[in-house]
Design a protein around this ligand. Structure first.
Ligand SMILES: Cc1cc2nc3c(=O)[nH]c(=O)nc-3n(C[C@H](O)[C@H](O)[C@H](O)COP(=O)(O)O)c2cc1C
Length: 234
């Protein structure tokens, strides 16, 4: 009998050398047009990624934590073992949905995600962070002359600086504007670009000159106080 030349998922998984973590945060996925398609693109990319030696971890935050009770240890373990991380969500009120923000608040702790240079807090250093977002508003509206009054990039510094604080390289985001008005062909194109990026990272032409980011040095005076200190002081 002829052998199937393709690697079996089990043998490919044993050879996997890198890992991508996709964190999806959509509060109402059943009614999603864009992010639901991106989610299935992730599922479809799983096997081809594995053949390239990449394991995909997909964490759908609103399904995992409908009560917002994030399991911090599990999330830190997932983020810590990933080589690169994708944040995938619709833009809500010019920012990330609430549970994605809570993920940052609770998972990116001092001494784990950030801290003193050369000290502890290096868990994410050297990883890439890729934002994949969608907006309801058109690209034209994100303009000084449009009703959103700013270019879309003006809403990105909190993401970029969060990455920098943790020593992560912030990759050029992939954004689909005008999610509801986008044609089926535009949506297909977006999903195709997303899947292609997922499969080809880090060999994207625009990353050739993108420098890595050194983690920022956060002095002790600027860190959150340990809980007991706050309790004693009050
Ligand atoms: C509570 C809420 C706030 C939103 N805020 C914005 C916003 O600030 N800017 C914008 O362009 N779209 C906004 N939208 C539209 C969503 O970004 C858009 O519906 C979504 O990206 C479409 O993706 P989906 O098809 O996966 O749901 C908002 C939607 C909701 C429900």
């Amino acid at each position: 009998m002829q052998q199937d030349p393709r690697p079996s998922p089990a043998s490919a998984s044993a050879r996997a050398t890198s890992r991508v973590l996709v964190l999806l945060a959509h509060p109402d996925l059943r009614h999603s047009r864009v992010n639901r398609r991106l989610l299935s693109a992730c599922e479809s990319a799983r096997a081809p990624l594995l053949e390239r030696g990449v394991t995909l971890d997909l964490r759908d935050l609103y399904t995992l934590y409908p009560d917002y009770a994030i399991d911090v240890a599990t999330e830190q373990a997932a983020a810590g073992r990933a080589d690169w991380i994708v944040w995938m969500h619709p833009i809500q009120w010019y920012a990330m949905p609430a549970l994605m923000k809570l993920w940052l608040d609770e998972v990116l702790t001092v001494g784990w995600a950030y801290g003193r240079r050369g000290g502890e807090g290096r868990a994410l250093e050297g990883k890439d962070l890729w934002l994949v977002a969608s907006t309801g508003a058109s690209e034209a509206s994100y303009h000084p002359g449009g009703y959103n009054r700013h270019f879309f990039d003006a809403f990105l510094p909190p993401y970029e600086q969060t990455a920098a604080l943790c020593g992560m390289r912030f990759l050029p985001p992939l954004v689909l504007h005008g999610a509801r008005a986008a044609t089926a062909a535009e949506l297909d194109d977006h999903v195709r670009v997303f899947a292609d990026r997922l499969l080809t990272h880090p060999h994207w032409p625009e990353l050739a000159d993108l420098a890595t980011c050194d983690a920022c040095d956060v002095p002790d005076t600027d860190r959150p106080a340990p809980r007991q200190e706050v309790d004693r002081a009050s």
